[in-house]
Design a protein around this ligand. Structure first.
Ligand code: 13P
Ligand code: SF4
Length: 406
């Protein structure tokens, strides 16, 4: 297709919205906050948050992901990684309101795992996830059709990372698969391969996993933890016909990895690891498994946010670390463990912009609205989608040994 720029109409001006005001019609979730969003400069915000939480008492339970800002974490009843927070949400049947300080897919999962009488609230609806947005349900359905046409769908089971929309989780449930998080991906893959005849490292295995949507977590887990080879992995590109793969490639693959990644973790580089090793004698490198394979291979430790915290907490004083995960968490670790030397892995990586959308003004707004009897930003997953997604989430929660040592 060619574009005649000379006769094309002038582009409409981009609507630059003040945070919390107006609606961006070009995004799914918008940024509108009906009512008054407190100003970030309001010196009373901390006191207002405390007062609203006290007024709500047991009626509200606040969950905070480790990537949240300090000002928000201060008001979390529980902090955790994606797996721990999903379990915590499911374990609070008496709280009518769950305020989820995290991102959209986490709040959706909490809604699916809680009862119809409970309401999950996301303080800013624009807190999405670029990785989750890399797999749209129409693309995933199309991929499955292609796998069916190639004759490999019958031997394939989907395993979907928590960082995905509810519709993708529902697809996974419909096709007998499971959800996983970064703390149980190995167990989930072990379980999945058992459903399709075993991993069969001696060349006897033919079953496949369709891993959505983070290619890095899928590859890192399959190769480093299950013993599959890089050649066993192929990448399905939803923007190319047939995923950019031949029938033969699909037949020979054991891991069909969706072409998705985290825009934060994808930027940690091998160069940064090597520079850290040169500059800090004896340094230990610890990274999240959403990082690229080459980076993870050069690290000393790899794990979910919860595991990163536990590993650093258990290390002797005087240990030097460079940490490859989101900056809010790394900064907090450096403050919490001053007896250790903790640095951020990569100077070119910054905060997760969507996690950072949840700030104190939005939290205060959500809590004060509840005090006034108004529910703002409820996350409600369609009941049919929720039922199918729940099947996949329940499979994850039932995986052997998926408990936290906390
Ligand atoms: P975990 O906290 O489960 O390790 O997840 C990391 C992440 O990227 C969440 O968006
Ligand atoms: Fe998504 Fe990455 Fe941000 Fe997590 S850190 S919410 S995976 S963009």
């Amino acid at each position: 297709m060619t574009t005649d720029t000379a006769s094309a109409p002038a582009p409409a001006p981009l609507p630059l919205l003040v945070l919390g005001q107006g609606t961006d019609l070009h995004t799914e979730r918008g940024v509108e906050c009906p009512g008054d969003l407190p100003a970030a400069s309001d010196p009373d915000l901390v006191e207002r948050a405390r007062a609203a939480k006290a007024a709500l008492g047991d009626r509200v339970f606040v969950l905070g992901h480790h990537y949240q800002r300090d000002e928000v974490i201060e008001f979390a009843d529980v902090t955790g990684d994606s797996f721990k927070l999903a379990r915590e949400a499911a374990a609070r049947p008496d709280a009518p309101y769950i305020v989820f300080c995290g991102v959209h897919f986490m709040a959706e999962s909490a809604d699916i795992l809680t009862s119809d009488e409970q309401t999950v609230i996301l303080p800013d609806l624009a807190a999405g996830c670029s990785m989750a947005d890399m797999a749209a349900i129409a693309q995933v359905e199309d991929c499955w059709e292609q796998l069916t046409a190639a004759g490999v769908a019958e031997q394939t089971i989907p395993v979907t990372y928590m960082n995905s929309a509810a519709a993708i989780k529902a697809f996974t449930g419909r096709h007998g698969g499971t959800i996983c998080t970064s703390s149980n991906a190995r167990t989930a893959l072990d379980w999945a391969f058992e459903q399709v005849g075993g991993v069969g490292l001696d060349g006897t295995g033919t079953g496949k996993v369709l891993f959505l949507p983070d290619q890095h977590l899928g590859r890192n887990t399959a190769v480093r933890e299950l013993g599959l080879s890089l050649d066993d992995c192929v990448v399905w590109d939803p923007h190319r016909p047939n995923g950019g793969l031949t029938r033969e490639q699909l037949e020979n693959a054991r891991m069909i990895l969706w072409r998705g990644h985290c825009s934060v973790h994808g930027r940690f580089s091998v160069d940064a690891v090597e520079a850290a090793r040169r500059e800090i004698p004896g340094v230990k490198v610890i990274v999240h498994p959403e990082c690229q394979y080459e980076v993870v291979e050069r690290a000393d430790e790899v794990g979910s946010t919860e595991k990163i915290i536990q590993t650093i907490a258990a290390a002797p004083a005087g240990t030097s670390w460079v940490v490859g995960t989101e900056l809010n968490l790394v900064r907090r670790l450096a403050q919490q463990f001053p007896e250790q030397r903790i640095a951020f892995l990569e100077k070119n990586v910054c905060y997760c912009s969507t996690m950072n959308r949840i700030d104190l003004p939005h939290l205060v707004w959500a809590l004060e609205s509840l005090v006034e009897g108004r529910v703002v930003n409820p996350i409600r997953v369609d009941p049919t989608v929720a039922a199918e997604a729940r099947a996949a989430l329940d499979r994850m929660l039932a995986l052997p040994g998926t408990t936290h040592k906390d």
